[in-house]
Write a protein that binds this ligand. Structure first.
Ligand code: PHE
Length: 345
């Protein structure tokens, strides 16, 4: 019994100096561990004479549960203490240099696309969008390119199978140009109108100057007295904004089923300044745009009065313009995601 009293006093005294989890665990083991003081006492019970066992057992167990309770609250105090110690050590060194996160930037094709849009918006054009998965009707038929028209060969088309639909496989395509947005835009509104339609287009074609996906910007202006002069004025102004006011512009007769007359627009070679080089194939000129006056068949397809309205349309390839602007000679570089290339712009 005296022993037990001493154990209790020691325990109370020692517990005051427990201020870390390590000390706590040792302290707990000293009393309740396999070879702990209390455990040893319980083991030795059986060597006592029978008459003393009951009282001794009760006293030891009473002391044991006292110690267990004390340890419980001691553990809470110690845990709290540890947290306080950690927080006290935690300091913020504002002189440590920051970790550098390299900033990203806009892809060169997107840069030029945004610049093109800005030029036309500044001339009062609005911006239209259309679907990339398009009906044959909008991509070809309504643009005066009937099923067996040889002009379809100019654009190698991806056809789209539409499961669970009664559409024929040949009825749905990945749009081969942004011209179907001319039709959708005209059906949505009434003249006078002027808008551009930027976006992705798809052709089954791949080499140094062709990728299966590329970007175009379409333009359309329709009104009562729109003439070829307006087309020339708008496009010249656009080219001078993009390539500089000194850039020569020329219109060459060409053919598109949805414009009549049609033109191919060239600019003086910006690499050799018209002297003749590899890029312009010694001609001094670079082709950058297709354009023309809207064909009456196209107006008929959208129900516009062909006696009253005239208009012009144009379409340009954004990758090609970007290549010319930055002197890039392989279109595939745009899509390889090589930072050594992309970081240069
Ligand atoms: N859609 C034509 C093409 O992709 C370009 C174009 C658009 C030509 C509008 C004339 C008028 O080649």
């Amino acid at each position: 019994m005296e022993d037990l009293e001493k154990i209790r006093e020691d325990f109370i005294r020692e517990s005051a100096s427990i201020d870390s989890l390590i000390k706590f665990n040792n302290f707990k083991a000293k009393y309740l561990g396999k070879k702990g003081l209390i455990t040893e006492k319980l083991k030795r019970l059986s060597s006592l004479p029978k008459s003393e066992r009951r009282d001794a057992g009760r006293a030891i167990n009473e002391l044991k549960s006292f110690i267990e309770q004390e340890l419980e609250s001691l553990k809470q105090r110690v845990t709290e203490l540890e947290i306080q110690k950690k927080l006290a050590k935690e300091t913020l060194d504002i002189t440590v240099p920051g970790r550098y996160i390299p900033p990203g930037h806009i892809h060169p094709v997107t840069q030029v696309l945004e610049e093109i849009i800005e030029v036309f918006v500044s001339m009062g054009f609005s911006v239209e969008e259309g679907p990339e998965v398009e009906l044959d009707y909008y991509n070809f038929e309504a643009l005066n390119i009937p099923k067996d028209h040889p002009a379809r060969d100019m654009q190698d088309t991806f056809y789209v199978k539409v499961s669970g639909s009664n559409k024929m496989e040949s009825d749905v395509v990945l749009r081969t140009h942004t011209s179907p947005v001319q039709i959708r835009g005209m059906l949505k509104r009434k003249p006078p109108l002027k808008f551009i339609a930027p976006g992705k287009v798809y052709r089954c074609d791949a080499d140094v100057s062709h990728t299966p996906m590329f970007h175009q910007v379409e333009g359309l202006m329709v009104g009562e007295d729109i003439t070829f002069s307006h087309l020339k004025g708008v496009l010249e102004r656009f080219i001078h904004a993009l390539f500089g006011p000194e850039t020569p512009v020329r219109f060459r007769p060409s053919y598109f089923p949805f414009t009549e007359p049609s033109a191919e627009v060239d600019i003086g070679c910006i690499l050799c300044k018209g002297q003749g080089c590899r890029v312009c194939k010694e001609t001094g000129w670079l082709e950058v745009l297709g354009a023309g006056m809207v064909h009456p068949k196209v107006f008929e397809a959208v129900g516009y009065d062909i006696e009253r309205y005239t208009g012009f349309a144009f379409g340009m390839g954004v990758e090609r313009l970007t290549m010319l602007k930055f002197g890039i000679d392989d279109i595939r570089l745009f899509f390889e995601n090589d930072l050594r290339f992309l970081r240069q712009f």
